[in-house]
Design a protein around this ligand. Sequence first.
Ligand code: HEC
Length: 267
Amino acid sequence: MNRLICFLFALTVCLISIPTFAVTASVNIQNFLFSPNVLTINLGDSVKWLNKDDITHSITQDSNLWTHDANPGSSFTRQFNTEGSYSYHCRFHPSMTGKVVVRNAEQTRIKIGQDIVTVPPKVLPITLNLKGKIANTVYLGSYIVNAQSGCANCHSCPTYAVGHNPYKKEVKQFNARTYLAGGVSIKGVVSANLTPDKTGKPAGLTLAQFKTLLRTGHDPDVPGQLLPVMPWPFFGMMSDHDLDAIYSYLSSIPKAVTPTKACVLGQ
Ligand code: HEC
């Protein structure tokens, strides 16, 4: 019985987590309807149509970009690698219509960055302070920081919540309590606290100081010395637009105190 409950729980978690980084979204064909009727997906995602009626339907793009006849009980999957709006219908029952909207690359990054911190069960259970900020810029920053740059790998101590370490085959969840508060020891250097200070500045840096630090490796507090561990030679190649987004995101995360006991990288 317990096992069944565990299984059902695991299944529920799986089902709930699908919307976050879905790569295949589903459309049911039932009662002569495409449902959901309008489906918005990320660039590169796929859509799977499943015919639940006991009659053949087709999924035919309005200008015949694709067409597929789906027998009862069968499905059809198509990947979307170009942004845009794709209207389709059933060629046997033309009153049946539907639409797939594919986000562009930037919108896709923003959506994933948003999902990381908002869609349950949250991969990163923090609440962002969006006051005075452009939400999409913050979410783009979330994408760059969390999905592309691995800042939490070196700046969160520990990186993952207890029982949620993906390296131990556990369901991944970032440690929210000391998220990006530093304290990770790498080659004898301890990573810095990136969370906002009393005045709201991430790591106590102005936007200009932050950009200079990432572009040149010069810490404004320690003139003449280069940061020895921080991968600034890589991050420094980002566009100003992306560095603005990172800064905006770091300004919106909760303030946290650096743990006194240093962590080892990746734990
Ligand atoms: C490979 C580990 C690593 C990664 C990944 C990393 N950092 Fe760092 N970072 C460090 C370490 C260690 C320091 C302490 C200074 C040093 O010696 O490099 C540091 C320092 C900093 C500082 C200077 C803070 C101060 O006031 O002294 C900032 C800002 C910073 N990191 C931002 C980031 C951001 C933003 C990301 C992700 C885009 C990131 N770091 C990713 C290791 C890392």
